[in-house]
Design a protein around this ligand. Structure first.
Ligand code: FNR
Length: 381
């Protein structure tokens, strides 16, 4: 924050707002309407997207004074590795729709901050290209388990071979969400045109197509193998045969599902409702976090996403039991506006506000955030 303030008098005031909640409007001005609708849109009436924000707003922070917080420590350990802060970049598909460099710019912006980028199955650049752009930057791979197991195994093995250090299996997508804004603009051309690099570069996927297959045949074949509503928990151990990477299950809301994930071999869970994009009217992600944490106890990493917009949101999620959060749309707006520098800007602002919040709370470390620093909105009891 000092850095940001001091840049002003030195004439280096940034062009992007430091208010991460205002980035959506700024990005809308530079994005085509169909792309804006794809990024900002939610399922159905948008009730779950609003609930995600309301859940954060219902909690207030209860600071303590004079606690000697000259130094704050934002670092945490996750899956046996240190992270500079409890923040990852959520998997978001088809990023070339937003910026020509897509995921290459995102992973570089993430690497600038030392934070892991979770690459979507539906990326605009292949997982090998993104790995090369990341350099030593940390990266995880998100799998949508296709209905063809050979293809699933191939994607997972390629990710492990390319230095991705964890596998995230998204389970809240047995079908695509009912998203009116996407449906009205025609969603499939967007993903089909920009989000299939991992498939078109995959030997198993290509073997199923004639060598001269054009873009339409590619999209049709992808639509055939995409989505897998037949999946059941007992299939998780199949992933263990394909990879030794740690496995996190993303899209868990019910505490019994969190338990089932771990009982079937997952190393952690991500509490998420996909940023309100899948089931309209689903519970707010933050509201599920304490019950999931209680179901799993302290030993298993619990991450959360959906609705995180500010450094104080990160504080609330950690105080309610998360080990780390995933940031979704805000970094994509940074990408839309300024590519790698925009992603870096968003992360820098988020971490600056997190640092300020720890200081104001009288809390010296992100690891020691707990429910005693929270109070429900309204008079203290
Ligand atoms: C997503 N999300 C997502 N999740 C996933 O597992 N695989 C994916 O390919 C995508 N694609 C995707 C596209 C777009 C445009 C958005 C906005 C989101 C969900 C994402 O990982 C995350 O759960 C939410 O974005 C978190 O909510 P917020 O931070 O956007 O509110």
């Amino acid at each position: 924050v000092r850095e940001i303030y001091l840049a002003g008098p030195e004439g280096r005031k940034g062009q992007l707002t430091t208010d991460l909640t205002a980035l959506e409007d700024a990005a809308r001005a530079v994005l085509a309407p169909a792309v804006s609708a794809f990024v900002a849109g939610g399922a159905g009436t948008g009730a779950t997207g609003r609930a995600n924000r309301d859940a954060f707003d219902r909690w207030r922070l209860l600071p303590r004074a004079l606690r000697g917080v000259t130094r704050r420590d934002l670092t945490v350990d996750l899956l046996g590795r240190p992270l500079p802060a409890p923040v990852l970049l959520a998997p978001i598909s088809a990023q070339s729709a937003v910026h020509p460099q897509g995921e290459l710019a995102t992973v570089r912006g993430a690497a600038d901050a030392g934070l892991p980028f979770v690459l979507s199955s539906y990326s605009s650049h292949s997982l090998e290209e993104v790995a090369a752009a990341a350099g030593p930057g940390p990266r995880w791979f998100q799998l949508y388990w296709p209905s063809d197991d050979d293809l699933a195994a191939s994607l997972v093995r390629r990710a492990e071979a390319s230095g991705y250090t964890a596998l995230v299996l998204t389970v809240d997508n047995p079908s695509v969400g009912y998203r009116p804004a996407d449906l009205d603009h025609g969603y499939l051309p967007l993903i089909g045109g920009t989000g299939l690099a991992n498939y078109t570069s995959d030997p198993v996927f290509r073997a199923a197509l004639p060598p001269d297959a054009g873009p339409e045949a590619v999209v049709r074949h992808w639509a055939r193998v995409n989505g897998n509503p037949s999946l059941t928990w007992d299939r998780l151990n199949q992933l263990r045969e394909w990879t030794s990477l740690p496995l996190l299950v993303k899209g868990v809301l019910h505490p019994d599902d969190a338990h089932l994930a771990v009982a079937n071999g997952a190393d952690g869970v991500i509490v998420s409702n996909h940023g309100g994009r899948q089931l309209d009217g689903a519970v707010a992600s933050l509201d599920c976090l304490p019950a999931v944490r209680a179901a799993l106890g302290g030993a298993v990493p619990v991450l959360m996403d959906s609705g995180v917009r500010t450094g104080t949101d990160v504080v609330k999620a950690l105080a309610l039991g998360a080990d780390a959060v995933l940031l979704g749309r805000p970094y994509l707006y940074g990408l839309a506006l300024q590519g790698r520098a925009g992603v870096r800007h968003v992360l820098r602002c988020l971490l600056a506000e997190l640092d300020v919040a720890l200081t104001q709370l009288g809390c010296g470390s992100a690891r020691s955030l707990g429910p005693e620093l929270l109070a429900p909105a309204g008079p203290l009891g």
